[in-house]
Design a protein around this ligand. Structure first.
Ligand SMILES: Nc1nc2c(ncn2[C@@H]2O[C@H](COP(=O)(O)OP(=O)(O)OP(=O)(O)O)[C@@H](O)[C@H]2O)c(=O)[nH]1
Ligand SMILES: [Mg+2]
Length: 234
């Protein structure tokens, strides 16, 4: 494997070391942590991990307005410019995404441009989600598919793997999402460009440590984004 995993972090001090250990078990896997000045000191923990694992963990410290989308724009652009990895993955730091699935995603990406780690390929594979979260996510995906005509079963999954050349063709710097809707925006633009999109099943485990960062603003952006994408592409 020659993979770079880009992981945005905001207040994930207890989760990040566990995630890094799981990722570095795979030969040829490296990490880029994009920290948004986490008040809990996640950035310093990431720096310590990078010092412990030279050449395998890199840290980007963002300043200014924070956001998952903004962090991914910076992180993915860096990953492409670095140009060493054959595959570039995206993963949450809250241990919802098990690094054990990395080889599955990478293998599938050999015959695809983008592979999504999907919670909805075989029924609903989420662990420890309260019913309202399942409904929110299931409704969210229906809503997105209805408006955008995407056929991906899990449009909002943050566990993804790109072939580097495919990601390099994406207009990353033009993405407008601040928050989670970045994931939908990228998927939509990938689809519009005719990229081959695959899915592999994952079991998603709700975070045990730390807090969710879902805010009202970010949810509102997610509601509006599918419409914005459709009108933008006309
Ligand atoms: N750099 C950066 N990372 C963020 C930001 N918001 C969230 N993240 C990270 O993005 C990933 C997903 O965020 P979560 O808070 O787990 O969001 P979620 O998965 O929708 O919600 P929960 O799992 O319920 O907490 C985690 O690794 C977060 O630390 C942000 O503003 N900046
Ligand atoms: Mg999460």
């Amino acid at each position: 494997m020659n993979v770079l995993i880009v992981t945005p972090t905001y207040n994930e001090r207890d989760n990040l070391p566990v995630l890094a250990e799981g990722i570095l078990k795979h030969d040829g896997a490296r990490m880029l942590v994009v920290d948004d000045g986490s008040p809990d000191g996640t950035g310093a923990i990431a720096d310590a991990l990078a010092a412990q694992h030279p050449g395998r963990i890199e840290v980007m410290h963002r300043t200014g307005p924070r956001g998952l989308g903004r962090s991914y724009v910076d992180g993915l652009l860096h990953a492409i410019r670095e140009a060493r990895a054959e595959f570039i993955c995206q993963m949450d730091a809250d241990l919802s995404h098990n690094p054990e699935y990395l080889p599955d995603l990478v293998r599938a990406a050999e015959g695809n441009d983008l592979v999504i780690g999907s919670r909805y390929l075989r029924g609903v594979s989420v662990v420890n989600w309260p019913l309202h979260r399942i409904f929110l996510s299931a409704f969210g995906n229906r809503y997105i598919r209805l408006i955008t005509s995407l056929s991906t079963s899990d449009c909002t999954s943050g566990y993804r793997c790109w072939r580097r050349e495919a990601l390099a063709r994406m207009p990353i710097a033009d993405m407008v999402s601040d928050g989670y809707s970045f994931l939908v925006e990228m998927l939509y633009e990938a689809h519009r460009r005719g990229l081959r999109i695959g899915e592999v099943p994952i079991i998603f485990i709700e975070r045990r440590l730390g807090q969710s960062k879902l805010s009202g603003n970010v949810l509102l952006e997610s509601l509006i984004m599918p419409w914005r994408l459709v009108f933008r592409s006309r």
